[in-house]
Design a protein around this ligand. Structure first.
Ligand code: CAA
Length: 380
């Protein structure tokens, strides 16, 4: 067992940290307030290779391991998790799935510009009546010979407005239940495709989330990913990896909140001394640190399993569950440490607390992670 970072890991961590401090921090409160997509910052992330981190260089990616990806996600999420979710969806839900399961033509046409970050992608599984219960897809993709006719609505789609390419799950044969679902690559300008208004969210307000509407959209057969009926398996396999990214995001949010709380507790005085010297605060900080370190080991382990080519679905569900619950707890405590200042936007922690909430919901709620973990126990 080796807990050391490699030279490359340290380099990526530093590059992500510098980028977050220099490029994301300055406007993060304003973007959150205005619910503004970080378009300029996404361009810079692309230049730094953060949008196709795990993609093979032959498809224009940076060819890094999952640990490097997790380290970059963690550093960026300390400052701006709206930016990091854009990165996470593009890397793990779109590029990874296309590289692993796509055809050579799909990789040339779609993966390359996505990995370069020239365009960004979105992953469309959730529907108004199928969130956690993802097998109950109502969007239909009817086989019409050389194309599928796509009809239906997807909800809460990250990168919904700014994406150019969407991986859309849709039911082609209702009798076959989840084995009748296909995964299709849909382009934004295909006739009959529209996006709904941007959601006014509690947190992660810089990232754009919206619904997608498909009315008789003709999707060519060559845009299907994998064999007929592979779509649900595709979504599940992709989400297994996506959950590592969101776990890393939650970890970064928690770490960011802890660092703010420690700084504040050293500066703020009460009853004649810095509040960090009061046990009520120092023990709180100690518990936050211990919880974060526990979550970190789980997140890194899940990434390591993925890098080693071992099975990681169980580990990624555990990592996401623990890291997102930790993020919610730690950010709430960080607000408490800040007292009244914690409740105003200028001090950043209230945003981290709002952002943390979403990590318990998207890419599988905490309850879904418990379902995945407990089913794994039964099988063992
Ligand atoms: N990995 C691989 N395969 C899996 C899997 C996993 N984690 N979970 C289920 N499967 C497979 C099963 O093995 C089964 O395959 P077979 O029929 O070949 O045996 C098939 O999928 C169906 O599984 P179940 O019988 O277990 O189906 P279920 O309906 O009882 O439960 C579920 C499925 C696990 C609850 C699934 O619906 C699920 O994960 N729901 C949560 C969906 C989710 O995470 N949504 C997030 C939306 S994306 C998002 O948030 C992105 C964003 O924008 C940020």
């Amino acid at each position: 067992m080796n807990f050391d970072y490699t030279e490359e890991h340290l380099m990526i961590k530093k590059a992500a940290k510098d980028f977050a401090r220099n490029e994301l921090l300055p406007g993060v409160i304003e973007r959150d307030t205005k619910s503004e997509f970080p378009a300029e910052q996404v361009k810079k992330m692309a230049e730094l290779g953060f949008l196709g981190m795990m993609v093979d260089p032959k498809y224009d990616g940076t060819g890094m391991d999952a640990i490097s990806y997790v380290l970059a996600m963690e550093e960026i999420s300390k400052i701006d998790s709206s930016a990091s979710v854009i990165m996470s969806v593009n890397n793990s839900l779109v590029c990874w799935g296309l590289e692993k399961f796509g055809t050579e033509e799909q990789k040339q046409k779609y993966l390359k510009p996505l990995a370069r970050g020239e365009i960004i992608g979105a992953f469309a599984l959730s529907e108004p009546e199928a969130g956690s219960d993802a097998t109950s897809q109502r969007t239909t993709a009817i086989d019409k010979g050389d194309h599928y006719l796509l009809n239906g609505t997807k909800n809460w789609i990250t990168n919904g407005k700014n994406a150019s390419v969407y991986l859309v799950m849709a039911q082609s044969d209702v009798e076959k239940r989840h084995k009748g679902i296909n995964a299709l690559i849909v382009e934004k300008d295909m006739p009959g495709f529209q996006t709904g208004p941007k959601e006014d969210k509690m947190g992660m307000r810089g990232s754009d989330t919206c619904s997608l509407m498909f009315t008789d959209v003709k999707v060519p057969k060559e845009n299907r990913i994998g064999d007929e009926g592979f779509g649900f398996k595709f979504a599940m396999e992709t989400l297994n990896g996506g959950r590592i990214g969101i776990a890393a995001q939650a970890l970064g949010i928690a770490q960011g909140a802890l660092e703010l709380a420690v700084n504040y507790a050293q500066e703020r005085k009460a009853f004649g001394k810095p509040i960090i010297e009061h046990q009520g605060i120092s023990f709180k900080l100690a518990e936050m640190e211990a919880a974060i370190e526990g979550a970190r080991l789980l997140v890194y382990k899940a990434a390591w399993l993925k890098d080693e080519g071992k099975s990681f679905a169980h580990a990624s569900a555990i990592a996401k569950l623990v890291a997102s619950e930790t993020a919610m707890h730690v950010t709430t405590e960080a607000v408490q440490v800040h007292g009244g200042y914690g409740y105003v936007k200028e001090y950043h922690v209230e945003r981290l607390m709002r952002d943390a909430k979403l990590t318990q919901i998207y890419e599988g709620t905490s309850e879904i992670q418990k379902l995945v973990i407990s089913r794994g126990l039964i099988k063992a």
